[in-house]
Design a protein around this ligand. Sequence first.
Ligand code: DON
Length: 305
Amino acid sequence: MADDFSPLLAQIAEAAICLTDSGDVADYIPALARVAPQQFGIAVATVDGAVFRAGQADQAFSIQSISKLFALTLALQREGDALWQRVGREPSGTPFNSLVLLERERGIPRNPFVNAGALVITDVLCRRYLQPERAVLEFVHRLLGRTTVAIDTEVARSERLHSDRNAAIAHFMRSFGNLQGEVAAVLDAYCAQCAIAMSCAELAQAALFLAADGRQPSGVRVLDPLDARRVNALMLTCGAYDAAGDFAFRIGLPTKTGVGGGILAIVPGRMSICAWSPRLDATGNSIAAAAAIEQFAAATGVSVF
Ligand code: DON
């Protein structure tokens, strides 16, 4: 009989509520500052099709940088290895929105998860699609097998109106020839993609292919097994930016975080886990969601190490 994670998730959700007091919601995107902070949800989707939930696992939230995972996968499907000529595969050790390495490294971002790398990926998608943010959204719909997910246009507009830092990154990379489209178009698409709203249960289900050698439970092939392993490797080393080492130490799984407070984790061969709580630590990662996934990994013994 398959494991029933419901009792463990209920216990984790109860403990997590005590942590929803610490940290701050992201306020550099004004629409995100309005989110009620004391919320928590967690969901686990297993490769054999079961979904377990606790807390507000079905409450949609702004996925923010977790969208970079879907954009990267879509770009890999379209470009293959050519992508790696424009973006690296090294952890940056810097905050997600840092510019410092870009000058030294001549406009080639360290990895596809820091904002610079994600903007290059968006630029790639801008070349391939008339509406790149719709392409990412429709890709999520295909992963889920339903069209219930949408872009929160208020969050998208709010981030776009406060996108000076990302604009600086994009212009800087363009000066090195590593951004081919117009900066404004890339920023429009990037901010809209980050504003996709999904629940923990939806995110865990959408990302299951990463736990299943690149194939969704429906049988649809998303990535070949090698690329699925590579994306997991990038999540482990770069998915939490300058906290990636600490996350590998504490959680021991590939993760991708977002300033909406979501954290997605992959257990290769077994399951995907998503936890969400809006308050963040200084590295922009959710305090309660990280603690919850850490607790789940400790209780079940799952780890890639
Ligand atoms: O570009 C930004 O600043 C946001 N749209 C996404 C940042 C983010 O989620 C970083 N992850 N923890």
